[in-house]
Design a protein around this ligand. Sequence first.
Ligand code: PLP
Length: 353
Amino acid sequence: MIWQGVIPHYRAYLPVTSKTPIITLKEGNTPLIEATSFNEVIGNDLRIYLKYEGLNPTSSFKDRGMTVAISKSVEDGAQAVMCASTGNTSASAAAYAAKARLRCIVLVPKGEIALGKLAQALMHGAKVLAVDGNFDKALQLVRDITEKHPVHLVNSLNPYRLEGQKTGAFEVIDHLGFAPDYQAMPVGNAGNITAYWKGYKEYYDCGKAERLPKMLGFQAAQAAPIVLGHTIEEPQTVASAIKIGNPASWRAAEKARDESKGLIGYVSDDEILQAYQMLAKLEGLFVEPASAASVAGIIKLNRSGYFKPGSTVVCILTGHGLKDPDTALGEIGGEPITVSASEDEILEYVYEA
Ligand SMILES: *Cc1c(COP(=O)(O)O)cnc(C)c1O
């Protein structure tokens, strides 16, 4: 059967009816790729699987939730949708709103959104407003405005977003045939960890899995409100998608952590960037920095002897590396080698050790 998107595939688990118009870009069904070289480097007999969510239509997992949120907005007669975004929510909202022919207004923190994400939101015709303030401030503005005006909020505070995002957990179980021992992911606004935990529990309750994974969430060291137990006024990190000081789903994320007997920890920007390069060079997977936080976290926990040997770990690689070419080129020192059009000169590089 040809894949038709997460709503048609998981309809029985989603809050849609025959009256819901389905707005889809055929999101979901992303590959679960076993890490091979990477396992050798971290030196343990863990089985690590990487769920490459960068292969969704707008290149991040946000599409899973957006298909449900936008479909429900259309069903409810919305004319316009609005969100605050560190980038990927705006790209996804803009694309699905375009498909549904809804107006889309996005608030982004001024000067802080990755180039690819900005290009996406603009190309899809959203009204992109750069706010003088960080993500948390932008989200507060969107909450206040959507409460008072006929504009639907499509941030992850919209419960339909989390309903759609939980399908990632269904796919992990459908692909592996069982629930992993551990599931690792970056945590920003904390909607996704909440959604995955809901998904795992629902599948477990229906008898689709015989156990539940321990949920491992990772924040950036300078943007780690849940780890520290207090809001962060000025969060800082190279991983812009998780640069959030006051997560909307804070309590739900703590619940996922505690019910699953997992943990929420932090990783430094250096650790994130090392994992970022390792994924690209050893596994052939180009992800954005925030996505590498899940792998950085696994490496850190593994060093401390956290994992039982032989455990299965699934890391959610939340977004594509092409979203943020500036960080990639900055890290790698980004210049090709200039050569003359001469065989001899080129052969020096061909035979270089
Ligand atoms: C949104 C996003 C996150 C964080 O997800 P939350 O639900 O906000 O915790 C992580 N990585 C990427 C690439 C994202 O787009």
